[in-house]
Ligand binder design. Structure first.
Ligand SMILES: NC(=O)c1ccc[n+]([C@@H]2O[C@H](COP(=O)([O-])OP(=O)(O)OC[C@H]3O[C@@H](n4cnc5c(N)ncnc54)[C@H](OP(=O)(O)O)[C@@H]3O)[C@@H](O)[C@H]2O)c1
Length: 307
């Protein structure tokens, strides 16, 4: 298969490339920088240098090329998004970026489009103990301006892909990444410096090891149904206090410091995520339809492999 991969130099893109090459796919790999292009060429893919927020730039760079599938993994999440505005660039990549990539897909002759979506599209709130499947309402507006901007972009991302004529659109609603990737390295570093806070009460999230996120993506490339979304998460949702304690233990660091959750209220995004949201996702559809199983069923397994 010929694949255009946006976000090729990113956390997930870098893990995905060797898997795609191992299956014999030809990969056109998008990056904005010359340094990124050099790294990509060295890894055995064909770099394409363009900014996907600039449609003319993107279409010009891809002129005369062909692809069967487009995979959109471009985000702009540098560090923990403490404030809503830290997600605006990613919101834009999910709205305009996706629109531009769909135009590119049409020019390339691609019939399949996989896009990165996000488990928090089910809403930053307490969903209780139930396991949420993909039929639950997704990216619903709440009336809160800060969150609705992210919800609008998550919805626009998926809807554009599902509605695109002549394209089988697939949305991969990844859980929170961990593993050999920057966010986990930061947690380990904080734990070793006794700076890792564990909020109490503590929100619950569904995680996915970065390797399993990549294998699920390859499975979706082959077996994802048209206009279908998939929760890509492991089998064991976990609360932040337990997860951070496990990170500290695995890193042979002291237990994290308990922090009363209300102290995080000054950082509304962080408070919503780490204190107020309880979200537990079912991966049953991905397991059944993609014939995919996570190598790391829980954070225990993934952290043990990492450290
Ligand atoms: N589900 C999750 O939990 C989740 C999802 C996403 C990210 N994250 C976290 O966020 C952190 C960053 O990860 P990441 O891989 O997404 O980000 P990253 O390492 O910063 O990579 C972002 C990718 O998007 C590309 N990109 C960004 N803007 C672009 C544009 N305008 N045009 C073309 N390409 C563009 C970048 O390409 P160039 O810079 O080469 O142009 C790069 O390949 C990690 O810690 C990760 O765990 C988590």
């Amino acid at each position: 298969m010929r694949v255009l991969l946006a976000g090729a130099t990113g956390t997930l893109g870098s893990v995905l490339i060797p898997l795609l090459l191992a299956e014999g796919h030809q990969v056109l790999a998008l990056t904005r920088s010359a340094a990124g292009a050099a790294r990509l060429a060295a890894s055995g893919v064909q770099p394409v240098q363009a900014d996907l927020m600039n449609a003319d730039d993107l279409l010009a760079a891809l002129d005369g090329r062909q692809a069967d599938t487009v995979i959109h993994q471009a985000t702009s999440i540098t560090g923990v998004p403490f404030l809503h505005r830290h997600l605006y660039a990613t919101d834009a990549l999910r709205e305009r970026g996706t629109a531009h990539l769909l135009r590119a897909a049409a020019e390339l002759g691609a019939r399949r489009f996989l896009t990165q979506s996000f488990f928090l599209g089910y809403g930053y709130r307490d969903h209780g103990e139930q396991l949420l499947d993909e039929d639950q309402p997704f990216a619903v507006r709440t009336g809160h301006r800060g969150f609705d901007r992210h919800m609008n972009s998550l919805r626009a991302n998926e809807e554009q892909v599902f509605d695109a004529p002549g394209i089988d659109g697939i949305a991969l609603r990844y859980g929170m990444f961990y593993g050999p990737e920057p966010a986990t390295r930061r947690l380990i570093d904080l734990a070793r410096r006794r700076r890792l806070p564990a909020p109490r009460p503590s929100g619950t999230v569904s995680l996915i090891h970065i390797h399993d996120a990549a294998t699920a993506t390859v499975a979706a490339l082959h077996r994802g149904g048209p206009d279908r979304s998939y929760n890509i998460v492991d089998h064991h949702p976990v609360d932040f206090e337990t997860y951070f304690s496990a990170v500290a233990q695995a890193a042979e660091a002291p237990p994290p410091r308990r922090v009363p959750g209300h102290l995080l209220a000054a950082l509304p995004y962080v408070h919503a995520l780490m204190v107020a949201t309880r979200i537990r996702l079912s991966n049953q559809r991905a397991v059944d339809e993609l014939n995919w199983t996570p190598r790391y069923p829980s954070y225990h397994d993934g952290l043990a492999a990492l450290l």
